[in-house]
Design a binder for this molecule. Structure first.
Ligand code: ZN
Length: 587
């Protein structure tokens, strides 16, 4: 049976298409992404089962498919491939046949993996034989490959090629060994250059050790949520890999469902490719689809600050202090790269409070165009909300604001001079007088309620905020750790600043259950404790992403928890934790 290939595969953690999993084979267990050895049992088992298994042989003969050794289960072309778990060919590992053809072009490199992954169930491991190098391993895993092997490392080593993370060198060209692995510290370059059997074996061993180290790093970066940053760094040494990443960045529909809705670590926006991250595009989309500004007549556009949330920065504290008496009339909108526009009420959400970008005062053309397009779209949708626009901006920020508003024929009052800092005394004074002149009376900001409403809409869909705030609710707690409590004192929801998310209680979930799509129907025969596993899920919304706050229910129970996988994965998977349960009640 093809099923003998491995006994079990379970995905434990996800980030985009990359995963950490556990593969149990007849000869042991592996943590994926895993490096399998050309000499290890698993590879023999895979070849044996792929080609010699009675089920496979019978089907091959019957369908007249003459499969070369080691090339079965190529999902996009193999006529025997079946997605159904009942199929005799259902396995826990899929192998991409002739993976070496992926190295022909960056397009092929990307397409072969995406085609395979899109075809096989999510809780099946994917292997691209004989192509892994320390240079491409991170991108392979980022694309969704779970198993790499040392075949390329061995072949290159025996050919006298010494691999590094950023290149391959002929050992004959080296003057010293730029590595401190156990091989390189116990020999010297002249010995390896003899290229006898012993030297070749040692180079191969160095190559393998380097690949092993790379895999350990990659697993760590999946755990910390920083694999994307590492991939951007790693592809930089190769035009082929950089091209592959740029092509991947056009495949948003492939990566978006697996990309967590929040992380507890800041994104580093240090390259041109960082601007195209899923998180950036998702935020921009939600500002248009899931945000309605509060009814305030003055729009005040502000520059971003390096410190997050922005309101904790020195410059924003001075600005807020200056307009404090009138804040109830003023809606604050922060202009920033790469997120575009961030309403003050959403400054705590992921990724608004979770990104770092180098600040030099210089903005490149693509960055300007992107941020301008976000302001343009925001004004198109919300201009009618305001009577007047004030912009406390200078430099590139002001240029962007002018380019957008002049095109639309919108008048803007600028309150900052080119040569002064936004939080200088003169600028702050000018801003305060301007706002005071525009407002006849002072008015409280209502910012705390605004944050709860905006975050709920952003996370659960438009309308969720109003449902949560219905009746005599109060927002308590010290900003940013806000809690929404009902008139009876029950906590309905709380802001979790560490993740940039809002968490619901059962009482809060009941208020929004009717209108939010973030729901999971579970089997009626159990009361979940701790975790809900994927087989217990009957139905889940396609909107759900890893780390989303979700409501689950059956005829017997109702509860809230944190999604560990996306909605489609909950439905398609037969293993793995779908939801971490926080609170549950029986009906
Ligand atoms: Zn070494």
């Amino acid at each position: 049976m093809a099923g003998d290939l491995s006994r079990y595969y379970e995905v434990k953690r996800r980030d985009g298409a990359a995963r950490i999993g556990r593969l149990i084979t007849p000869t042991g267990r592996l943590q994926t992404p895993a490096l399998v050895s050309a000499e290890s049992g698993i590879r023999e088992e895979i070849e044996l089962i792929n080609v010699d298994s009675p089920a496979f042989a019978a089907l091959s003969t019957k369908d007249g498919w003459n499969s070369p050794r080691g090339t079965v289960l190529l999902p996009e072309v193999h006529p025997l491939h079946h997605k159904q778990r009942e199929s005799p060919l259902y396995v826990d590992v899929f192998v991409i046949g002739f993976a070496s053809s992926m190295l022909k072009t960056p397009e092929a490199f990307v397409r072969r993996v995406i085609d395979a992954r899109s075809e096989i169930p999510p809780d099946v491991a994917l292997w691209t034989p004989a192509i892994a190098t320390p240079e491409n391993a991170a991108l392979l895993v980022y694309m969704g490959v779970d198993i790499l092997d040392d075949i390329n490392a061995l072949i290159k080593g025996y050919s006298g090629i010494y691999q590094l993370e950023e290149c391959e060198l002929r050992v004959s060209e080296l003057e010293e060994l730029p590595c401190n692995c156990s091989v390189c510290t116990s020999t010297d370059v002249s010995k390896l250059q003899e290229l006898n059997a012993d030297a070749r074996a040692k180079i191969a061993r160095h190559n393998t050790l380097l690949l092993e180290r790379e895999l350990r790093k990659i697993r760590e970066y999946i755990r910390t949520g920083t694999l994307r940053e590492y991939v951007e760094l790693r592809v930089r040494s190769s035009a082929f890999l950089t091209a592959a990443l740029r092509i991947l960045d056009t495949k948003q529909e492939y990566f978006e469902p697996g990309t967590p809705i929040a992380r507890k670590i800041a994104m580093k926006i240090n390259t041109m490719e960082s601007l195209r991250r899923i998180e950036v595009r998702r935020f921009a989309n939600r500002i248009l689809a899931r945000y309605a500004p509060p009814a305030k007549r003055i729009l005040l556009i502000l520059p971003c600050a390096a410190k997050k949330p922005y309101s904790s920065s020195q410059s924003h504290r001075r600005i807020i202090n200056a307009i404090r008496d009138y804040r109830g009339h003023v809606h604050e909108l922060i202009l920033t790269s790469p997120l575009g526009v961030v309403p003050r009420e959403l400054e705590l959400v992921y990724p608004a409070a979770f990104y770092d970008i180098p600040v030099t005062g210089y903005w490149d053309a693509e960055e300007r165009a992107w941020v301008a397009s976000r302001l343009d779209a925001y004004l198109d949708k919300n201009l009618g909300n305001y009577d007047v626009i004030v912009a406390h901006l200078r430099g590139a920020y002001r240029a962007i604001c002018e380019s957008v508003t002049e095109d639309k024929g919108i008048e803007v009052i600028f309150t900052c001079e080119e040569q002064e800092k936004e939080h200088s005394e003169e600028a702050i004074h000018r801003l305060r007088s301007c706002i005071a002149n525009l407002c006849a009376t002072s008015k409280e900001s209502g910012i705390r309620t605004g944050v709860v409403k905006a975050m709920a809409d952003y996370q659960f869909g438009i309308g969720a905020g109003d449902e949560l705030l219905r009746g005599s609710t109060r927002v308590v707690g010290k900003y940013p750790a806000l809690r929404l409590v009902s008139v009876t004192g029950d906590v309905l929801a709380r802001v979790v600043p560490e993740y940039g998310l809002m968490a619901l209680s059962v009482a809060g979930a009941r208020r929004i259950a009717r209108i939010t799509p973030y729901k999971v129907e579970i089997g009626g025969d159990f009361i979940p404790k701790g975790a809900i596993l994927a087989p217990g899920v009957m139905n889940a919304s396609g909107e759900i992403r890893p780390n989303d706050e979700v409501i689950f229910y059956s005829d017997r129970v109702f509860g809230v928890g944190r999604a560990r996988m996306s909605g489609w994965e909950m439905v398609e998977s037969i293993r793995g934790v779908a939801i971490d349960v926080r609170e549950v009640i029986t009906l």
